[in-house]
Design a protein around this ligand. Structure first.
Ligand code: 13P
Ligand code: SF4
Length: 309
């Protein structure tokens, strides 16, 4: 099938099966264009919690599909490629995280949404990069807090909230790739550009940024700004929506440290294709399934996040 046939078949199956397609901003442009909802991790969770569709097709990575299933257990949640994982979620195995939290029983456990259902089940409140500051700010100043798994986001939230949360030592392989050297060079070539960075980037990169925020926050900032050019230090999929909303502005992806690879693309996110999306709607597989005992524990910190957002 060619691209146009795939698009019309996906739209036909979607109507026939009362399915909704949700896509993260890091998906390839063709998938973002066919989705009913395109957003950041927080928006995807909010839509999944309130959809009346029978099937949710989550075009993103595995933990995003899990979050949708945890919130909407009666719906069938499908993902185009079950191997679309997340290096950050993988950097925090549930058994090791449990040992860490058990060693600090007087601490409240805050976990980034980029975690497995099993880690969420060990958590008091989940956050995303959009709401992490707002949620941490709601705890008393002297509260003892654990934050996992992203050390860069955790350090950033510590710095903007004046906290000293205990951090899990995890990171995202895409955001860790951005280097100060490449950014300095790019900025010297585009001195009028503003630097936008996701808080999963290293501190040395964040220090150079004019604005730090989640994918949604970066998009909103660029759209509202009267500047015309931006250097973007996050997964380059976000440029699709940035450019779509701001055709008169220039968005330049910050290159990764290793210029021999497209490391500013998340290889997990990019596993999803239009063809896999079509197949998953047609065959209703791969499906996200979660052990009910884990789901019941994991839903509490996610609902708490939605209330505190
Ligand atoms: P957002 O919370 O900005 O959607 O980021 C999700 C993610 O995976 C970042 O790498
Ligand atoms: Fe995970 Fe990083 Fe990919 Fe986001 S960009 S899904 S944190 S591996």
């Amino acid at each position: 099938m060619d691209k146009n046939q795939l698009i019309s078949e996906i739209n036909r199956l979607k109507k026939e099966k009362n399915a909704v397609i949700m896509a993260h901003y890091y998906q390839m442009g063709d998938i973002q264009d066919i989705a009913d909802h395109v957003g950041d991790s927080l928006a995807l969770a909010q839509w999944a919690a309130k959809t009346d569709a029978d099937i949710i097709v989550l075009c993103g990575v595995h933990f995003m599909g899990e979050t949708a299933k945890i919130l909407s257990p009666s719906k069938k949640v499908l993902v185009p490629d079950i191997n679309a994982g997340c290096s950050l979620a993988d950097s925090c195995p549930a058994d090791a995280f449990e040992a860490f939290t058990t060693a600090h029983p007087d601490h409240t456990v805050i976990s980034y949404v980029n975690t497995t259902a099993a880690v969420k089940a060990l958590t008091d409140v989940v956050v995303t990069s959009t709401n992490a500051k707002k949620i941490v700010d709601q705890f008393p100043k002297d509260a003892k807090l654990i934050f996992g798994p992203d050390r860069n986001l955790g350090n950033y939230i510590n710095s903007v909230t004046g906290r000293s949360m205990l951090l899990w030592d995890g990171a995202c392989h895409v955001h860790e790739q951005f280097s100060v050297e490449k950014l300095v060079k790019l900025k010297s070539e585009h001195p009028d550009s503003l630097i936008l960075a996701h808080p999963e980037c290293k501190k040395t990169v964040l220090i150079m940024a004019d604005f730090i925020g989640s994918t949604q926050a970066l998009l909103n900032y660029a759209t509202a700004s009267d500047k015309k050019s931006f250097l973007v230090a996050t997964e380059s999929g976000i440029l699709h929506e940035m450019q779509k909303q701001n055709p008169d502005k220039e968005f330049i992806p910050v290159p990764p440290n290793d210029s021999t690879c497209a490391c500013n693309e998340c290889n997990f996110m990019r596993l999803n294709t239009l063809e896999k999306l079509y197949n998953c709607l047609k065959d209703e597989t791969p499906e996200i399934l979660i052990d009910e005992e884990i789901r019941v524990k994991a839903v509490k910190p996610i609902l708490r996040m939605l209330e505190m957002s």
